[in-house]
Design a protein around this ligand. Structure first.
Ligand code: SF4
Length: 232
């Protein structure tokens, strides 16, 4: 697992990559740029040797699972997804986040695997483009314990219906060196106003370069944050 925090992904403690790679072809893909830089294939790949890493870490942590790929990629066997989900269930003291651009495959996976563990949060990633509302509307009805909307990178002004979502994360485009130009303040403000309507907490990442520090956490995670702070 890779340690995160200020200057990296601020909303999690670790990233964990038992699955990497992705068949989607987003032009701004950070993972693909890193894979290219280190000459690692970007095809969806399962990494058996990383599978049980969260079980070795006994202190509670917030873990971003499969940050360098697409967990729901259909180029990957569902059996691998089940193995990863099983580890997350066994590591019940952690909170796991999975972000996807394939919201339409989430409910199929629920039918295949069974109930998603209570410590697993599923988020849809949108960039504000044409398919954003479709993804948000689809994930909302997926039978998962916690729904997140991740507007990163937010590429254009976008109005989101956050009904049913417990958390909104907003971020900018990061290049392969980890640098970001930031976001238009007005675009962030539009999404913040959407979140106000549904009382959804908002976390604006530093790479958005927003003039205020906005780092709100979902109610269901506050207890975890307390435990995590005591344990660190
Ligand atoms: S869905 Fe994510 S991992 Fe896949 S190409 Fe797009 S940005 Fe990259």
């Amino acid at each position: 697992m890779n340690k995160q925090g200020p200057g990296k992904i601020e909303w999690c403690d670790y990233t964990w990559s038992p699955i990497t790679g992705c068949s989607n072809d987003c032009p701004y893909c950070f993972a693909r740029a890193i894979h290219k830089r280190f000459r690692i294939p970007n095809a969806p790949t399962f990494h058996m040797k990383r599978l049980t890493e969260p079980l070795d870490r006994k202190k509670p942590a917030i873990i971003f699972a499969c940050s360098m790929g697409e967990f729901f990629d259909d180029g990957l066997s569902a059996a691998y997804r089940c193995s990863v989900m099983q580890v997350m269930k066994e590591a019940y003291w952690h909170q796991f986040m999975i972000l996807t651009k394939q919201a339409g495959r989430v409910q199929d996976f629920v039918h295949y695997y069974g109930p998603i563990p209570e410590n697993v949060w599923i988020g849809v990633s949108v960039d504000g483009g044409g398919r954003s509302s479709e993804g948000i509307g689809t994930l909302k009805f997926a039978d998962v314990p916690h729904h997140i909307l991740c507007a990163e990178p937010l590429l254009q002004p976008y109005v989101a219906d956050l009904t049913g979502y417990e958390w909104l994360i907003i971020g900018g485009v990061t290049d392969r060196r980890g640098k970001s130009k930031g976001l238009d303040k007005g675009d962030v403000d539009i999404l913040r106003r959407c979140a106000e309507k549904t009382s959804t907490p908002v976390f604006v990442k530093d790479n958005a370069k927003y003039p205020e520090k906005i780092q709100e956490w979902p109610v269901a995670m506050l207890k975890v944050i307390e435990t995590r702070t005591k344990a660190l």
